[in-house]
Design a protein around this ligand. Sequence first.
Ligand code: ACO
Length: 330
Amino acid sequence: MSYKVRISGVGGYVPPQVLSNKDLERIVDTSDEWILRRTGIRERRILKGKNTSYMGVQAVKSMLKSTGIDPSSVDLLICGTNTSETVFPGAGNLIVHTCGMDKASCFDLQAGCSGFLHALRMGTFAISSGGAKRAVIVGMDKMSSVVDYADRRNCVLFGDGGGCVLLEETQGSNEIVDFHIETDGSKTDLLCKKAGEGPGPFPDVKPKDRDLYFHHDGATIFKLATMGMADVCRKIVDRNNLNINQIDWLIPHQANLRILQSVRANLDLPEEKVLYNLDNYGNTSAASIPLCLWNFEKKFQPGDNILLVTFGAGLSWGVSYLRWSYKVSS
Ligand code: ACO
């Protein structure tokens, strides 16, 4: 399988405000030592005084600057996010408007931490079927807006950020080759944020504010993520007649260093092939994979075999196999 579509540019943005493990020690009963040992996270970035779409705009602007493309040549923008500041319209509309993409249609796609991967697949399908020539795929989340900072099991894990890729048609063979995404809707409750509702006219039915925060069953998610991410990687490697040794880079959703290490060991990949930024950013949800592509873009060579693998709310988890198509001049 292959799509005649390539990633031809990346962009990213993280806010300047740092929330370190030491800072969290002053907010909840935790310690730098516990967080680092159990998650691998040292610090995360927090967006203050601005909304989620701001990060998407900054990420897309950085991609526009590095690629030099004319924003009005973009036909489609798909925004994977769970924390849009508006229920409708989608946050992508603000990005399109602010970045001068006056010819692009756009929509938001909400699929937990796997949102970027789902959006990448939809954008790839749109181009390969002739529906678009250039698409921008954004992953962004302001997790600090949905995390309960009184709950030490959750608040240490997450940070804010946004990333994007540019997709274009290609006639070459360095292209997006395959996707495999699975969903198990029976486990919705394991990882969920209820929709926010106003209290309505009857004060006695006002929900407790805490009910509106994101919650998850960390230990169960840990086990399912470890198994699910390794499983889909093996499936895509096998059906593309690859040997795992031919994979140059594994870019996993940045949930917990122990999950990533377990997936790596399960696949028998050398440590240096697994890329991560969660020590500095924590789990940025839909932003984590495009932020990694942005952080490590200089490492990639044309033809490198890359797996992007995610796990998140839904539950939904999956993988994309692609051959990198360009080299950044340093
Ligand atoms: N600081 C100090 N102690 C803590 C903290 C903390 N921040 N959090 C929990 N503890 C305590 C617990 O209370 C417990 O204490 P007890 O034994 O006295 O009851 C002890 O540490 C062990 O708790 P566990 O929950 O068993 O710790 P675990 O090693 O499982 O780590 C964690 C918890 C980090 C949440 C882990 O389960 C994890 O990473 N899970 C997956 C998270 C994830 O990937 N989520 C999905 C992504 S989110 C998305 O898709 C939007």
